[in-house]
Ligand binder design. Structure first.
Ligand code: WTA
Length: 561
């Protein structure tokens, strides 16, 4: 990015639109703009995807991805998947995941990526709410898909599996490899309107089931320009985003942003390990690296001698997102990587980066940075008035940025709640802005927990706990933790006839782990005689949290006797 202040003054989203095909044809398709456009240019033999995990080490050029995603688009078309249908992905990172995702978009369908860590209840909630018709998964994960009970789901494509389960009246199974072999490499892309639905990311709130945040193809305008200016992607870069596509960072900046810019994108499968991550940077000569505070904190905690064993000199730009990045970590990064870690802020609902630290800008460690050009962010009070500098309030964004959420799936009421003040999107985060226009994160306005970079809604965990026969009531909070940001702590009241034991606590933890997801399992469980509630019966998490942390409880007027 050129000088920030100048860019902020001169920038216009309309100029970015000229990069894409609708400027000429009125129609567009994200997968075409991200892949085919480059495959039809001098970039065609450039490596688009480096994929590596324990067992695989592969490269795909833009042309390879174009042809394979064409084939997958044809597979979907052959089995009757239509424009606008929800097609879900539930599998570990692999080239097939990325090829499938692109093929789904080329078919004009809406893609729903799910974390491979989800257990049955989490999978069920999302497939049920979205009325997904088609699922792409693996044999290992299939047992967590209650497909017999999902009325709309009528076909499943299994990746890497020769023997298919028997078809039933309601559900047909296909083999990915077999279908791909039969499919043509030529595809008539489904050209869509820029406002047509593209991707559905489920995200947690503090109440209710997870909600499906819908984004349109139009988001590409923002993905493209933010990747250009915040990720600072250049032609020669090897870019590595460590996020899984089950999370919005793993799609907006693990797929769309880099590929819209024609960048070489590295995908690393498998779990976090300091040695493996540093080896990955060394082996591939990663130049631009995007990760999360939890990862940096864990790398920090293993000691600087680990990083010294690897050649990390290829790195030229590092970024962090998802939780507050402590100033301490930024200082450590400058020591170990000789680079600043660039914090930036956004959320599933915003679809793309809203506030960021830019390479060309002076940075204040601990701050999230300044609004992206073309975007207006503000700190408002409950009535929608702008608060004075330095004062903590609601972090809001002027509605209308290109990648703004288009709907909460089948829940208009919830969608409208994001816009309590006319013309402003309310993020649910608290923040303040200083005299130089830098934004500082203050916390969540509600109770959503950020643990190790994952966003967990307390309600989901509580609901699972309450399903256990021993549990009468449960309340879940995020407890500050130096490494994980927050850990999940559950307060549980037992049903009559059950007594508090260590075994029971462990059993409850496992129950959530196996029923929902490993990252959603409480690390701490406290069994109490009763839980504080409002008169209307709502459990008061903030009171529990205050008790737990020894803080003032605030207003208790609504608490029942
Ligand atoms: C939090 C992730 C502090 C915030 C892209 C937000 C952050 C939620 C930052 C969205 C940051 C994200 N500093 N907190 N730089 N970035 N958050 O939807 O609470 O998974 O509302 O999207 O993460 O999480 P989500």
């Amino acid at each position: 990015m050129p000088d920030y202040d100048q860019a902020y003054q001169e920038f216009n989203w309309k100029d970015v639109e000229k990069n894409f095909s609708w400027y000429e044809t009125g129609k567009v398709n994200m997968a075409y703009e991200a892949i085919d456009r480059h495959a039809e240019s001098w970039r065609k033999n450039k490596v688009a995807l480096y994929y590596s995990d324990q067992n695989r080490d592969e490269k795909y050029t833009f042309r390879d991805l174009k042809l394979r995603s064409n084939q997958f688009g044809n597979v979907l078309r052959t089995i009757g998947v239509e424009k606008g249908d929800r097609v879900f992905l539930f599998m570990p990172r692999s080239p097939e995941l990325y090829i499938s995702l692109l093929g789904i978009l080329k078919n004009g369908s809406i893609v729903g990526p799910l974390f491979e860590a989800f257990m049955e209840q989490a999978v069920r909630d999302r497939l049920e709410n979205s009325d997904a018709t088609t699922l792409i998964t693996t044999k290992d994960l299939l047992p967590r898909v209650p497909y017999k009970e999902l009325a709309h789901l009528n076909q499943i494509i299994l990746v890497g599996e020769d023997e298919l389960p028997d078809n039933t009246e309601d559900i047909k199974f296909y083999n990915y490899e077999t279908e791909m072999k039969k499919a043509s490499r030529d595809l008539e892309i489904e050209w869509v309107d820029r406002e047509d639905g593209m991707i559905l990311h489920y995200t947690s709130g503090s109440t209710g089931k997870p909600k499906g945040i819908l984004h349109a193809h139009n988001a590409m305008i923002q993905h493209y320009q933010t990747a250009k200016w915040v990720l600072d992607l250049q032609e020669e870069d090897i870019y590595w985003c460590t996020a899984d596509p089950g999370w919005v960072t793993g799609t907006s900046y693990g797929i769309f942003g880099p590929w819209l810019n024609g960048a070489s994108n590295l995908i690393r499968g498998g779990r976090f390990s300091p040695e493996d991550w540093y080896l990955t940077i060394e082996k591939y000569g990663v130049t631009v690296w995007l990760s999360a505070p939890t990862a940096f904190r864990r790398l920090m905690s293993v000691g600087d001698n680990v990083s010294e064993e690897y050649d990390l000199s290829s790195l030229r730009h590092i970024l962090s997102v998802g939780e507050p990045l402590n100033a301490e970590v930024v200082h450590w990064g400058m020591k170990v990587y000789k680079l600043r870690i660039h914090d930036h802020w956004w959320m599933t609902e915003t679809g793309g980066i809203i506030i960021a630290n830019y390479r060309s800008m002076e940075m204040k460690p601990g701050s999230m940075g300044k609004p992206f050009p073309g975007i207006e962010a503000a700190i408002l009070d409950d009535a929608g008035n702008e608060l004075p500098q330095g004062q903590m309030g609601k972090l809001c964004v002027k509605a209308g940025w290109p990648s703004m959420l288009r709907a909460v799936w089948k829940n208009e009421e919830r969608f409208n709640q994001y816009f309590p003040v006319d013309g402003w999107f309310e993020s649910g985060d608290l923040a303040s802005m200083d005299e130089d226009g830098y934004f500082w994160f203050g916390g969540r306005d509600d109770d959503v927990i950020q643990t190790s970079g994952e966003r967990v809604g307390p309600f989901e965990v509580e609901s699972k706990l309450v399903e256990h026969p021993a549990v009468a009531e449960a309340a879940v909070i995020g407890k500050p933790d130096p490494v994980r940001g927050e850990i999940i702590k559950a307060f549980v009241a037992l049903r009559d006839g059950y007594t508090k034991t260590d075994e029971l606590q462990e059993e409850l933890r496992l129950y959530v782990k196996q029923g929902l997801a490993a990252h959603a399992a409480p690390r701490e469980i406290e069994i109490r005689d009763f839980l504080p509630k409002t008169r209307s019966g709502k459990i008061m998490r903030r009171v529990l949290k205050a008790w737990d942390l020894g803080l003032p409880t605030g207003d208790l007027s609504t608490m029942e006797e």
